[in-house]
Design a protein around this ligand. Structure first.
Ligand code: NAP
Length: 221
C-alpha cells in the first residue's frame, strides 16, 4: 500500500489484513509505516501479517502494488517507486484528481492531460508493469469500520485481463464489495470523476459513506 498510512490505503490494508492477506504499508517515513502497520495488526488480529516499510521497499516486496496518495503527490510517488518495480507486477491506481490538489474543492476534479490519474500513472510507470485502476469510489470511512460491510461496487479498469481478474478477486475479498470489470484503462476517467460526485453527495446528506452500485448486471457478488 503506497501511501498506506492515509485514510484510503489504511482502510484497504485493514480489510485485506483481516481477510488473511499479507500487507506491506508503504510511507515516505519508515517509522510512520511501522506505526500504521502495528495499528492494523491490533485491529485486524494479532495473527494478521502486516509490516511497514518506506515506499520503494514496500513496492519491491509486493505482488500487487496499490497507490493511494493524493493527486498532488502522484507524480513524485511514482518516480520514487518506479525503479523498484518488477516486470509483470500489478499496480493499482486508487488516486483521483480532485481539485484539492491545487487548493480547491473535493467536489470537483482537475483536467489531466492523460485523461485520468490512471492514465497519468500509465504514462509514468514502466511499460512492463500491469496497471489497473480500481477502488477509486470506495469511501475510506466505510473501509475503516470493520463492524460494517462495505456497501459499494468496485469498478476495475485496465488493459490486462489477468491483472484485472486478480484485482477483482482482491476487491471481492472485502465483505460487501461487488467488483465489476469496467473495461479498458481509458474508462478510469469516468470512474474517477464519479468520486467528486460522491463527495458532493456526502456533503449534501451529512455522511462520509456515499458509494456506488451498478444495477442490472449479473456478477458473482
Ligand atoms: N479518502 C477516501 O474516502 C477516498 C475514497 C476514494 C478515493 N480516494 C483517493 O485515494 C487517494 C488517497 O486518499 P486519502 O484520503 O487516503 O489521502 P491522504 O490520507 O491525504 O494521504 C494518503 C497518504 O499519501 C501520502 N503522501 C505522499 N505524498 C503526500 C503529499 N504530498 N501530501 C500528503 N500526503 C502525501 C501520505 O503518506 P506518508 O506521509 O506516510 O508518506 C498520506 O498518508 C486520493 O487520491 C483520494 O482521492 C480517497
Amino acid at each position: 500500500m503506497i501511501g498506506g498510512t492515509g485514510d484510503e490505503g489504511y482502510g484497504l490494508a485493514l480489510r485485506w489484513a483481516k481477510q488473511g492477506y499479507e500487507v506491506v504499508i508503504g510511507s515516505r517515513d519508515a517509522e510512520k509505516a511501522r506505526s500504521a502497520a502495528n495499528k492494523i495488526r491490533d485491529a485486524a488480529g494479532r495473527n494478521s501479517r502486516v509490516t511497514g516499510l518506506v515506499n520503494p521497499e514496500a513496492a519491491s516486496k509486493a505482488d500487487v502494488v496499490v497507490i493511494t496518495v493524493p493527486f498532488a503527490a502522484l507524480i513524485d510517488t511514482i518516480k520514487s517507486i518506479r525503479g523498484s518495480l518488477r516486470p509483470g507486477q500489478i499496480v493499482v491506481n486508487v488516486t483521483v484528481p480532485l481539485e484539492t490538489a491545487v487548493g480547491g474543492s473535493a467536489t470537483r476534479t482537475v483536467e489531466v492531460w492523460d485523461g485520468s490519474a490512471g492514465g497519468l500513472a500509465s504514462r509514468l510507470l514502466p511499460k512492463e508493469v500491469r496497471l489497473v485502476s480500481a477502488f477509486n469510489n470506495v469511501s475510506a470511512e466505510m473501509l475503516n469500520d470493520l463492524s460494517r460491510e462495505v456497501d459499494c461496487d468496485v469498478l476495475v479498469c485496465g488493459g490486462d485481463a489477468e491483472a484485472k481478474k486478480t484485482v477483482i478477486d482482491l476487491a471481492r475479498a472485502i465483505p460487501g464489495v461487488r467488483a465489476l470489470d469496467a473495461g479498458p484503462l481509458e474508462n478510469s476517467r469516468i470512474v474517477e470523476q464519479l468520486t467528486a460526485l460522491l463527495v458532493s453527495l456526502n456533503i449534501r446528506y451529512g455522511v462520509k459513506t456515499a458509494g456506488l452500485r451498478i444495477t442490472g448486471v449479473q456478477s458473482k457478488n
